[in-house]
Design a binder for this molecule. Structure first.
Ligand SMILES: Cc1ncc(C[n+]2csc(CCOP(=O)(O)OP(=O)(O)O)c2C)c(N)n1
Ligand SMILES: [Mg+2]
Length: 1031
């Protein structure tokens, strides 16, 4: 309603005497700029008929009313008059007069409406026709013939309808009963030949502005109820709706030249014969074939061709198991012999790592697109079994590729995501990924989603697998149009794919193509589908393959003849046979051939690091000071920051003067220095711009100008790399996956994801378990993503306390029982590990580990347990001296006090990590035990610093060794550290434990219990008799 008011306000100055022509001109312009303004106030809600999809319709009437008040129903006339006269929200509507109207209300209505009976009938009939058109637009897809098997539960009407010029009203009345609530809107047989003016919200007229009702229905049936079901009327943008209507309603718009038909047939031949070839050669191998949705190959090729034509030169794809080999062979054009040799169980793997099954591997390929004659790079991202998990990863990689080539509008790089019907509806990550699609720092400017909707998930029917009518309903949340299409009609499929690609390049928004198909075999080729879907599979057995159907159609149309068709088949079969013969020459399986993100120039030609050293991660004093000064200033003019923030910046400034840093400043120094070296930095996560603990403040907000911000980090150096810091949506799975994908694109970027609190990482567990931890082992691709996980027992209760270090440590690949034989632990150990896990106790060490991440000659994921209270702890400060050239990350920080001066006298060494160090030193001081107890900090937990800890243990020959942690015994680091420490000392001594007892929850909810537990662990740590009886 508000938009009507806005329009009314705009148009009100026009007097009645101004011509209709002027209004029509305004009408077009107004329409293009029409924006919905949300208003939830109660009075407006009292006009419920003005909500949602009806608003277009009301608008249409409003414009009609402006041109001629009599062209709309009386009740609308009254409504618009009242609204234009400035009626308060909710009061413009008056119920239409009842049949037995009292004289006074009737006279009032007549006064406003000036109704005449025959005009009324005409208006009502026109309105009825408008409603009818709208009903097809909104719900035509309900009765479209989408299911090749004809058994879909989504189809509300299975009765096939022949669309002939002689519309049989009884049939259509029944169909309209489905489409509309009110039946046929009062129209009857006698109206069929009456000519009606068409509203501007339809294109069925072509060049005609009026049509007989019979023809209107026929054209609507053609547009909306054949093999394409268009779901779009929920989109709240008039221009976009009009665009779609034009694409589907314009008479005769779906035309194919003979050349196009032949190309389509050839693509179907490839798709079909590829599966048949694999089946012939390896009939008992799982391959998750595409049979029943062979049209996927021409569908994808169409999307790529059209996008290439529109300027795209890099397409990044993510897809599940179904049809993956076919996509690799026929869309990405992986050499067939490389695919076939994956079936050879005798071939040895040549590369490091454990590898992955053939239908999970990724791929990167650059070639010429034959249709457009333009270069195109295609990349298929490797993925785990976990369905849909690759979605955000693909989006992140796409965003990064766009970022690095300056493609700010997504005109050159795009993503295509493929989905199964059950997974698309069932996996929450789909929703999380959709919600990234329009966020400034996460948008990839439109993704084309293709659903292989074979109407089954493994053995489960859709009615048991989802509560929504379609598997695609999740896409409605971002106003993505959804094109359902019967996959047995290849031309319809190709048509919607063209429209989808055009949509993306026009509006840069997501779009979904729902290929309604079937699965000819079981879930995999070994499964028996008749156990669970007997009737469906009886129908499938009868189903003629789509290639055969389409070939017959084209032969009947004279587009190809039988010999030509057979020749096409023979040609492709020969290609497969020859490749198969060549595949037998392959002696070794190279997983490197399946790399989805090569980093040219970063490695040597045979994929090795260029060196095995890491330079000092220190920085010169001048740069430290400069960064510190920018971090404590507002580097733009006339910018008013909050008073509290001024104080924070002032404190920072003082620290810089004193040559010290706290945590936030150390992070600033690390980021700022890498930016100077051309390293892009991207920090993303919930509330990272300010920092959950209000310590970071990387984005300053002008207190007087709305949305005016300043990022001082981007004002550091003249030619620095850009710094991206972005508050994310409230999603861990989606955002961490996205950042992982972003980090895949280039080794020359530091990409960090921060959890609000460390424990929230478990909603992204799949990205950690399936990608970050084993990614290099499975897919030979490295990734330097950094996870910042706030962690610490601070009396905040069971949640918000533990980032679950035990989980990360349990997944480290270093052997607890073997002391590594290495000359150089510093770098070599890092090269061999699957990820690095650290818990820094000083800002300087945090600074170094961040810089080391980039200065290393290879990339590994880095997990950092970050502090909370330590952010402001007066002792948790570092001097510039610890960050100058020559300094580096300390894997272990040995004791440097009285104990270290006289090590033979030391009775106990407490090994610990992280914040508990500060509790231990305070307690040691209070107990005056500085000479008796040494405290050694393990800063890098994994890979375990065997070498340095051996040195530490040997330094204190008489001392007991104790691992001390604030986490519960079954959590934290103990289970990881104990066997490794024992290996370090060749099991010569016990390793005792001082810490909280085993528990189910990470922390108590009671503050007093928390403090008691802490005191108890400190007592154990400093009670030199604590382990006497146990020895
Ligand atoms: C997250 C996740 N849960 C369960 C599975 C096991 N699984 C593999 S395929 C499949 C059915 C998938 O159905 P659908 O998405 O419709 O794809 P289709 O196999 O029909 O092509 C299931 C449940 C999985 N791979 N991933
Ligand atoms: Mg399925």
């Amino acid at each position: 309603m508000l938009n009507l008011r806005t329009c009314a306000a705009k148009l009100r100055p026009l007097t009645a005497s101004q011509t209709v022509k002027t209004i029509s001109q305004h009408r077009l312009a107004a329409r293009r700029t029409f924006q919905h303004i949300r208003c939830y106030s109660a009075p407006v809600a009292a006009e419920p008929f003005l909500s949602g999809t009806s608003s277009n319709y009301v608008e249409e009437m409003y414009y009609a009313w402006l041109e001629n008040p009599k062209s709309v129903h009386k009740s609308w006339d009254i409504f618009f008059r009242n609204a234009n006269a400035g009626a308060a929200p909710g009061t413009a509507y008056q119920s239409p007069p009842p049949l037995s109207t009292s004289l006074s209300t009737l006279s009032q209505a007549q006064f406003l409406g000036q109704a005449q009976p025959n005009v009324d009938k005409l208006v009502e009939d026109h309105l009825a026709v408008q409603s009818l058109i709208r009903a097809y637009q909104v719900r035509g897809h309900h009765i479209a013939k989408l299911d090749p098997l004809g058994i879909s539960c989504v189809n509300f009407d299975d009765a096939p309808v022949t669309v002939s010029p002689n519309v049989d009203l009884t049939v259509f009345k029944e169909r309209l009963r489905v489409l509309t609530v009110g039946g046929f809107y009062g129209l009857d047989e006698s109206d069929l030949d009456k000519v009606f003016h068409l509203p501007t919200t339809t294109f069925i007229g072509g060049n005609e502005s009026a049509l007989p009702l019979r023809e209107i229905i026929r054209r609507l049936e053609m547009a909306y109820c054949q093999h394409i079901g268009v779901e779009f009327m929920f989109i709240n943008d008039l221009e976009q709706c009009q665009w779609i209507r034009q694409k589907f309603e314009t008479p005769g718009i779906m035309q194919f030249t003979n050349e196009e038909k032949r190309t389509l047939l050839a693509r179907l031949v490839r798709s079909t014969r590829f599966e048949e070839f694999l089946h012939r050669k390896w009939s008992s191998e799982k391959r998750f074939g595409l049979e029943g949705c062979e049209v996927l190959i021409p569908a994808l090729k169409t999307i790529i061709d059209k996008s290439s034509e529109k300027g795209v030169d890099y397409v990044i794809m993510g897809m599940p198991h179904r049809g993956r080999l076919n996509v690799l062979a026929n869309v990405i054009r992986k050499e067939l012999e490389q695919i076939f040799c994956q079936f050879d169980s005798k071939l040895e793997a040549a590369d490091e790592g454990s590898g992955d099954v053939k239908y999970h591997l990724g791929m990167y390929h650059r070639r010429i697109n034959r249709v457009t004659d333009r270069n195109i790079t295609l990349s298929l991202v490797a993925n785990p079994s976990h369905l849909e998990a690759a979605d955000p990863v693909v989006q992140g990689k796409t965003k990064a590729e766009q970022f690095y080539c300056g493609d700010t509008e997504g005109k050159k790089v795009m993503s295509i995501l493929l989905h199964g019907d059950a997974a698309f509806a069932g996996q929450g990550i789909v929703y999380e990924t959709f919600h990234l699609s329009d966020l400034p720092s996460y948008t990839t400017h439109g993704t084309v989603h293709v659903v292989v909707n074979n109407q089954i998930g493994f053995t489960t029917d859709p009615r048991m697998a989802r509560s929504s009518p379609y598997p695609t309903d999740v896409a409605r949340v971002v106003n993505a149009p959804i094109f359902h299409v019967n996959a047995d009609d290849p031309e319809a499929v190709v048509y919607v794919c063209n429209v989808a690609a055009e949509w993306r390049s026009t509006f840069h928004k997501d779009v979904v193509v729902d290929l309604v198909c079937y699965r000819r075999n079981g879930h995999n080729e070994m499964d028996e589908p008749m156990f669970t879907q007997p009737l469906m599979y009886k129908q499938i057995r009868k189903q003629k393959p789509v290639l055969q159907k389409y070939a017959e159609l084209l032969i009947s149309q004279g587009v190809v003849n039988q010999p030509e068709y057979e020749e096409e088949i023979a040609k492709y079969d020969k290609i497969c046979e020859e490749a198969h013969a060549r595949s037998k020459d392959e002696k070794i399986l190279h997983i490197k051939h399946w790399l989805d993100s090569p980093w040219p120039g970063f490695f040597t030609l045979d994929g090795q690091p260029r060196s095995m050293t890491c330079p000092s991660t220190g920085l010169n004093e001048e740069d430290l000071t400069h960064i510190g000064q920018v971090a404590s200033s507002v580097p733009v003019e006339d910018f008013t920051i909050h008073g509290g923030l001024s104080r924070i910046l002032k404190t920072r400034g003082e620290m810089v003067k004193n040559r010290t840093v706290d945590w936030a400043l150390a992070e600033y120094m690390a980021f700022g220095s890498l930016l100077k070296e051309g390293i892009h930095i991207r920090l993303s996560g919930q509330d990272v711009e300010r920092g959950t603990f209000s310590h970071r403040h990387h984005v300053l907000h002008d207190q007087n100008v709305d949305k005016r911000t300043c990022i001082p980090m981007n004002h550091l150096w003249p030619n620095q790399a850009p710094y991206t810091v972005c508050n994310s949506s409230l999603s861990e799975y989606g955002v961490l996956g996205f950042e992982l994908g972003f980090a895949m694109a280039s080794p020359n970027a530091l990409v960090l994801w921060e959890a609000q609190f460390g424990d929230f990482h478990n909603t992204a567990q799949c990205i950690i378990d399936q990608f970050i931890c084993p990614g290099q082992a499975k897919w030979v691709r490295q990734n330097g993503i950094v996870l910042l996980l706030p962690h610490g027992m601070e009396g905040m209760g069971p949640e918000h306390s533990s980032a679950r270090p035990e989980r990360f440590l349990q997944m480290c690949n270093d052997d607890p029982d073997v002391f590594p034989k290495l000359d150089d632990f510093d770098v070599r150990q890092l090269y061999d590990c699957n990820w690095i896990v650290v818990n820094c106790s000083t800002p300087a060490n945090f600074f170094h580990v961040l810089r080391r991440q980039i200065l290393l000659p290879f990339r590994k994921p880095l997990i950092i347990f970050t502090p909370k209270s330590l952010l402001r702890h007066p002792e948790a400060r570092s001097s510039f001296d610890d960050m100058l050239p020559g300094t580096h990350f300390l894997r272990v920080i040995p004791d440097s006090g009285p104990a270290a001066q006289n090590p033979t006298q030391v009775k106990r060494v407490l090994f610990c990590t992280g914040k508990v160090y500060y509790d231990l030193t305070r307690e040691r001081k209070a107990r005056e035990m500085e000479a008796d107890v040494a405290i050694t900090r393990v800063e890098q937990l994994s890979p375990f610093p065997f070498d340095l800890l051996q040195r530490e243990a040997e330094k204190y020959p008489a001392a007991e060794l104790v691992w001390c942690q604030e986490e519960h015994k079954n959590q934290g680091y103990y289970d990881y550290v104990k066997p490794r420490l024992r290996t370090t000392i060749n099991r010569a001594k016990p390793v005792w434990y001082a810490g909280r007892e085993p528990a189910a929850a990470p922390a108590t909810g009671n503050k007093k219990t928390h403090l008691t537990e802490l005191q108890r662990l400190l007592d154990t740590a400093f009670n030199l008799d604590a382990f006497k009886d146990l020895a």
